[in-house]
Design a protein around this ligand. Sequence first.
Ligand SMILES: NC(=O)c1ccc[n+]([C@@H]2O[C@H](COP(=O)([O-])OP(=O)(O)OC[C@H]3O[C@@H](n4cnc5c(N)ncnc54)[C@H](O)[C@@H]3O)[C@@H](O)[C@H]2O)c1
Length: 381
Amino acid sequence: MTRVLNYGMVGGGPDGFIGNAHRQAINIDGKAKIVAGCFSRTEEKNEAMANQLGISSNRCYKDAFEMAEAESKREDKIDYVVIVTPNHSHYEICKAFLEAGINISCDKPLTVTSQQSKQLDALAKEKNILFMVTYTYGGHITAKHIKNIIKQGEIGEIRTVMAEYPQGWLANENDDGGKQGSWRCDPSQSGRTNCLGDIGTHIENTVANMTGLKIKRVLAKMDTVVPGRKLDDNNTVLVEYENGGSGVYWCSQIAIGHDNGLRVRIYGSKGTVQWFQETCEKLTLIKEDGTITEVHRGHGVIGESVAKYQRLPSGHTEGWLEAMANLYLSFMECINAKKDNTFTEDMIDYPTPEQGIEGLLFVEACLESNEKGNVWVEINN
Ligand SMILES: NC(=O)c1ccc[n+]([C@@H]2O[C@H](COP(=O)([O-])OP(=O)(O)OC[C@H]3O[C@@H](n4cnc5c(N)ncnc54)[C@H](O)[C@@H]3O)[C@@H](O)[C@H]2O)c1
């Protein structure tokens, strides 16, 4: 049975970025409404956001912990919480909602250490709670299609991957990035990395999701280019996968002229696939006989398991918000199925804490590699 679910949010205040994007993405399909929240640590901003969203004052909470406790006691408690605060706070907030028995959608990176992510994953499993980590790019229909065709062997065994995520918003000394930049560049709120944790993890997850490859070891060079900055703003990582293949990942916030330039090229023994997120409606498939095919979202070539997420015919553009909405469609389908006792694990078509852990293991191995003078470091699960 499909019902309109109730959800709450922690973070996503009037000056926050991604919280509003989550709300818009959830609204696209009208399958949930927001009824509770703690949107900011500043009382006036918290109340202003609750007012704007039409949330009753007794469900606008002063902090996440009060919210988790109070919601868990309500008969009409929220069906899930969306956590969209800066990275360092994810662990304690997720833990509180897990202990309160409430399903979670938390943005990436899941925590600031792999140990914390492992603890959250174990707690979610112990309490049988649904837990999504919103690596947005895996929600694109074209990304899901690539995952399928690679699984079907269309480009053969993967030999090498070239992937990059350049941005230019923190290129200069006087670029503080406003509210978003200031916490990302502050070790006490961002953890031990800025750029690598913020967008390097998107590369790692996008490639892992499309290819199914596990990383065996990394060699990282982490640069802090802009004077006065405490954390990395440009990173190059050599990757070796468990299948013997290799990869090069580059992420940067000092690449002038780039916005969200996530680009992935995957080279196999029988062909190549390439996908650029800024033109996410299409992908290019190149076969060993030289045939070049541009696959567009909305056409019959996209299989039913993926095409079911399409809302619009081809040529009427879908993008990043729809990719986020697709993650929520699967997440909410699972929540509904749980309520109906029809849930099975194979229904999960969204990123889980396992992927959150892999992201943090990747970051930690890169930090170790860089600190030891750019040496190869194994990823130990
Ligand atoms: N999936 C993606 O593509 C993507 C994109 C951007 C950001 N993110 C992630 O989303 C998270 C938030 O990033 P952002 O850019 O929106 O940051 P932001 O600074 O724009 O917004 C954070 C919001 O959380 C509020 N907040 C902070 N601490 C809080 C607390 N303890 N309780 C309640 N509210 C609190 C702030 O007031 C603000 O409104 C980060 O983990 C980031 O990595 C993911």
